[in-house]
Design a protein around this ligand. Structure first.
Ligand code: NAD
Ligand code: MLT
Length: 312
């Protein structure tokens, strides 16, 4: 009897080849299912593969009578109810390395675009305005970048920031002096980082401890004119506090790839000229999408056929 795998978010076709190649696996790609439709169908499947769009809720999990494994083609598993999955004996695997480089490159692109107001200048020029006065930027060289969360992406961003001749100060509960020295960065508490930084970038998961880590009190401690980047998860930064901090002039600008609620097409932060944004594109490269899909596809094949997974 063949195992049935449902892919409910768009994944790289090259990346899912390991699944297609397995003789005892049937692959079903259905990327437009509503939550109700998914809940109705999920009982037929042995494995579910998602990116971040599908919300794998307790309700869906409770109806997944045959489901053995959920594969998240990416890093963050905050769209999956992990406690429900554990309760129902369903293993959850992610792809922690495959999009690191793309997310770090996107963060640096956002940092530079923010510093030089490239999106604002482009929009003005498309609108027929040759305006060189409004779009005066700042240099990165000699500025301090505060990195909160020095895991895979944070460390890559720090490395690239040093290439731009920035000073880097980082906070991560697991960052040791030895590792900080190796990366060539200073380190301290969250407060040390936010007080010292000209630019702040967050690279933590969204968990209880990081929800609204950057809030009204944090903004009050920052330098006047600080610039903020979030290419990790909406919700790490309190969006209302960010809005007020920009309106008051405390924060000179923000670059956001992620929002507390997505899609965020009608968000008041997007009305501010100081805000530049992308629609959660950090991992949206051909390379990253192929990498993460390959990683989870291999995990699913291995788990269904041999009962072992790489990163439970
Ligand atoms: P990672 O697990 O390698 O690193 C996360 C780091 O955060 C770890 O070093 C951890 O110790 C640290 N951390 C945990 N709690 C913390 C706290 N309270 N304060 C400071 N640091 C804390 O993960 P990663 O691959 O570097 O991913 C980082 C984030 O980026 C995740 O939220 C992930 O979902 C997100 N991400 C977004 C995109 C995108 O498309 N925008 C792409 C990839 C990853
Ligand atoms: C991730 O956590 O890996 C990112 O959100 C990337 C994505 O899947 O879009």
């Amino acid at each position: 009897m063949a195992f049935k795998v449902l892919i409910s978010d768009p994944l790289s076709e090259d990346g899912i080849q390991p699944l297609r190649a397995a003789s005892n696996i049937e692959v079903d790609v259905q990327t437009d299912l509503s939550a109700d439709e998914l809940a109705d169908k999920i009982g037929e499947y042995d494995a579910l593969l998602v990116r971040s769009q599908t919300k794998v809720t307790r309700d869906i999990i409770s109806q997944a009578k045959n489901l053995k494994i959920i594969g998240r083609a990416g890093v963050g598993v905050d769209n999956i109810d992990l406690s429900a999955a554990t309760e129902y004996g369903i293993i959850v695997v992610n792809a922690p390395d495959g999009n690191t480089n793309s997310a770090a490159e996107h963060t640096v692109a956002m940092l530079m675009s923010l510093a030089r107001k490239i999106p604002q200048a482009f929009v003005a020029l498309k609108d027929g305005k040759w305006d060189r006065k409004t779009h005066v930027g700042v240099e990165l060289k000699g500025k301090t970048l505060g990195v909160i969360g020095m895991g895979r992406i944070g460390a890559e961003v720090a490395h690239r920031a040093k290439g731009n001749r920035m000073n880097v100060i980082a906070y991560d509960p697991f960052l040791t002096k030895e590792r900080a020295d190796k990366l060539g960065v200073d380190f301290g508490s969250v407060e040390d980082v936010i007080v010292a930084a000209d630019f702040i970038t967050v690279h933590t998961p969204l968990i209880k401890e990081t929800k609204h880590l950057i809030n009204k009190e944090a903004f009050a401690k920052m330098k006047d004119g600080v610039r903020i980047v979030n290419c990790a998860r909406g919700g790490i930064i309190d969006e209302d506090a960010l809005y007020e901090a920009i309106k008051s002039g405390k924060v000179a600008g923000a670059a956001l790839d992620v929002f507390e609620s997505e899609p965020a097409t009608d968000h008041r932060l997007l009305e501010l000229k100081e805000v530049i944004a992308t629609p959660h594109l950090g991992a949206s490269t051909v390379e990253a999408q192929e990498n993460v899909a390959i990683d989870v596809s291999h995990d699913v094949v291995r788990y269904l056929t041999e009962g072992v997974a790489r990163n439970p």
